[in-house]
Write a protein that binds this ligand. Sequence first.
Ligand SMILES: N[C@@H](CCC(=O)N[C@@H](CS)C(=O)NCC(=O)O)C(=O)O
Length: 278
Amino acid sequence: METVSENRSHGGTQGVYSHSSGQTGTEMTFSVFVPDHAEGAKLPVLWYLSGLTCTHANVTEKGEYRAACAEHGVIFVAPDTSPRGDDVPDAADEYDFGKGAGFYVDATQQPWSKHYRMRSYIESELSDLIASNFPVDMERQGITGHSMGGHGALTIGLRNADRFTSISAFSPIVAPSQVPWGEKALGRYLGDDRSAWREYDACALIEDSARHPNILVDQGTADNFLEEQLQTHRLAEACNAAGIDATIRMQEGYDHSYYFISTFMAEHVGWHAERLKA
Ligand SMILES: N[C@@H](CCC(=O)N[C@@H](CS)C(=O)NCC(=O)O)C(=O)O
């Protein structure tokens, strides 16, 4: 692991690091904020998965999580959203597929399957790297994310409910199998057999009996993507049908941007911290 940069901020260290990933076969960059802590202490960790077109940098620069993480003593990890580099196949001129749009899946279809392994990258490889290199208590993990990353947080959290104590999301894609962004990505990464998509669809996972006791979602009512791509009501319906007591809030007048995310970020960090007993 290489240090790209480290800056003191809000009583902690905001770092950016890179490493050679065996899963993606590429160099990967991520950011980690570590609040000051007693020597030898292990802190809970909150994972933040980003949306389409993002790298680690969007939330690191615009997410406004550091003050809350320092207050609650929570480590914040922000991975990239896809493999990168000249060897990685991409879809020219498509912002919603290829680089910047890994959708947190392990692709099974050519030519994507070689590098697009973001599920295993996040669930296994980066987790191991974080556990080995930062003062994290891996018994206390929460996961959150935005849009495509909200989909990542919900699906990874639901599939690994024993590992992630708390799941939250900002404007998540809740049912990718039912909307254009998801149909394009899952169809190309995973192929035409829609049964293979279900483990990458939060609503389908719940229908297929995944359960989680701690889910918080915030969604802006003025989000341009709400009607066509996000369809928050589907998650509310799936949770109701399954008897899951999720908190799903529509936030009046907020859009899809980091102005929205940063408004509610401290509340999400505090909500996770309470459940992780930070
Ligand atoms: N028009 C947007 C569509 C994609 C988009 O809204 N991406 C969201 C996540 S789904 C985002 O976080 N963009 C980067 C940013 O706002 O910093 C773009 O091309 O960037």
